[in-house]
Design a protein. Structure first.
Length: 231
């Protein structure tokens, strides 16, 4: 694993950090609830009522909870390398937890499928470009032909001068949303130092290189972007 990704994985295995996790993404990701709702709708365009959905980066469980509540016939296989975050996901899903098989590991640890659809939210930005393409290709290989894949993560201009401006906006939004300024500053520094962000154009190219077709951007919110593509 790349050093940057390991930095964040270590935090996701820290009990205190996990206990604080639930509110964190809402402060940093504009429209997170809407993103979860849109993800389910984009999948529902093509998957059956009894769909089996692969969720990579399932730790925390917020997207699992949203999809399970909105689509009562779906079942899920969730994969995440941080066991404490998977435990949190089970708690967050509550009475729907039995509909998700939760696996500790990476994409290579996911079953072969084929799945009716897949998601990877707030996760791919932890990987460098080469590993991002490989991971997305492994997701594609586990999907039925034509099955939808929804990805959303940090993605913003990376040219000199632009990157810092967007990172400042990332931090400003979190503070305006109630984040502690000192903690937000630490988060901004961690992202600047450890996360291999790509531009939106480069991220879309990753999905195409991984084998997805019909790739469309459906979500843009400050430093975040989301796409849907098809196996």
């Amino acid at each position: 694993m790349a050093e940057g990704a390991q930095h964040f994985l270590d935090s996701f295995k820290d009990p205190e950090a996990v206990a604080r996790y639930t509110e964190g993404p809402k402060r940093f990701v504009p429209g997170l609830d809407g993103l979860h709702r849109m993800t389910g709708l984009l999948l529902a365009e093509r998957v059956p009522d009894d769909a089996h959905i692969l969720v990579l980066g399932a730790g925390g469980g917020s997207e699992l909870k949203a999809m399970a509540e909105a689509h009562p016939g779906w079942r899920f296989t969730g994969v995440d390398p941080a066991k404490p975050m998977l435990d949190l996901a089970a708690d967050v899903m509550g009475p729907n937890a039995h509909r998700a098989e939760l696996i500790e590991g990476y994409i290579d640890d996911a079953p072969a499928g084929p799945f009716d659809g897949a998601t990877c939210l707030l996760t791919l930005h932890f990987l460098d470009r080469e590993e991002r393409v490989r991971t997305a290709a492994q997701i594609c290989a586990r999907l039925k032909p034509g099955a939808p894949f929804v990805a959303a993560h940090g993605s913003f201009p990376q040219a000199e001068g632009e990157r810092d401006r967007w990172l400042d906006r990332y931090a400003s939004y979190a503070i305006a949303s109630g984040g502690d300024p000192e903690q937000v500053a630490k988060g901004r520094e961690a992202v600047a130092t450890h996360v291999a962000m790509l531009s939106p154009e480069a991220d879309e190219a990753v999905l195409r290189a991984a084998g997805f077709t019909g790739v469309e951007q459906f979500y843009a919110a400050f430093t975040w972007r989301g796409w849907v593509g098809y196996a």
